[in-house]
Structures are given as structure tokens and as C-alpha cells.
Design a protein. Structure first.
Length: 133
């Protein structure tokens, strides 16, 4: 019943990816686990806590600590934008566009990389694209 759905929704709201997870693991988790459970739950509003420390260039997120060249390093800003667009499609479908998004995590502000700025820009661009569609 509803209680079991609520429990499953809470359990699968966060998908932590380990160092070296690359782009495919988080995309697969979102498509195959997180979004179907949210769709079944049918929330009134979706709250997003968007962290960008999983970016492959983030200096504190730990993903760059993987030194094995055969292991994908982490996600990139395009992954963050894709994730946001997928979530926004769900928001439009199940909760009439009601969404709150807060930014957290992401510590790379080095001039030569600045993965935080790139990731935030992709996140905001996705919101803007959805709002104007």
C-alpha cells in the first residue's frame, strides 16, 4: 500500500555513486530506480538537492582520486544537465511543475577547470529550457 510506497520512495531518493562511477552508473540509477519510484509515488512537489562534487574534475569530491586510467573518473557537466532535464520531465508529468531546487556540493573553482561553474550553468540552463518549453 501507500506505506510501502513511501518507504521505497525514501530509500531510493539518494543514489550515492562511488569514485570511478563515470557517467553511465548515475544515469542508469536515475532511469531505472529513482524516476520509476517517484513516478509511482506521485509527489505534489519535488525538492532537489543538487550536488556537483561528483564531477570528474572536483578537487574534494573524491572522484579524481581514482588513478586507474581504465576506470571512468566521474560525471561531467552534461550529465548534470541531463539529470536535471529528466527530473524536470517528471516534475511536469506528476506534480504540475512544482519543484524546488537548491545547490550544494561542488568545490572546484580553479580558473582552469571550474567544474562547479560549468555544472551550475548546465543545471540552470536545464531549468530555463524547461520553463520556456
Amino acid at each position: 500500500g501507500q506505506q510501502e510506497l513511501t518507504r521505497r520512495w525514501a530509500v531510493h531518493s539518494v543514489e550515492n555513486m562511488g569514485a570511478g562511477s563515470g557517467s553511465q552508473a548515475p544515469r542508469s540509477a536515475l532511469e531505472n530506480k529513482v524516476l520509476p519510484i517517484k513516478r509511482a509515488f506521485g509527489p505534489d512537489t519535488i525538492f532537489i538537492s543538487a550536488g556537483f562534487d561528483g564531477h570528474r574534475d572536483d578537487i574534494l569530491g573524491g572522484v579524481t582520486a581514482v588513478k586507474n586510467l581504465n576506470v571512468p573518473a566521474g560525471n561531467v557537466e552534461e550529465d548534470n544537465a541531463w539529470t536535471m532535464l529528466e527530473i524536470l520531465r517528471l516534475v511536469v508529468e506528476v506534480c504540475d511543475g512544482r519543484v524546488v531546487s537548491v545547490l550544494e556540493g561542488g568545490y572546484d573553482v580553479r580558473k582552469e577547470k571550474n567544474s562547479l561553474a560549468k555544472s551550475v550553468a548546465g543545471h540552470v540552463a536545464a531549468i530555463s529550457a524547461c520553463a520556456t518549453a
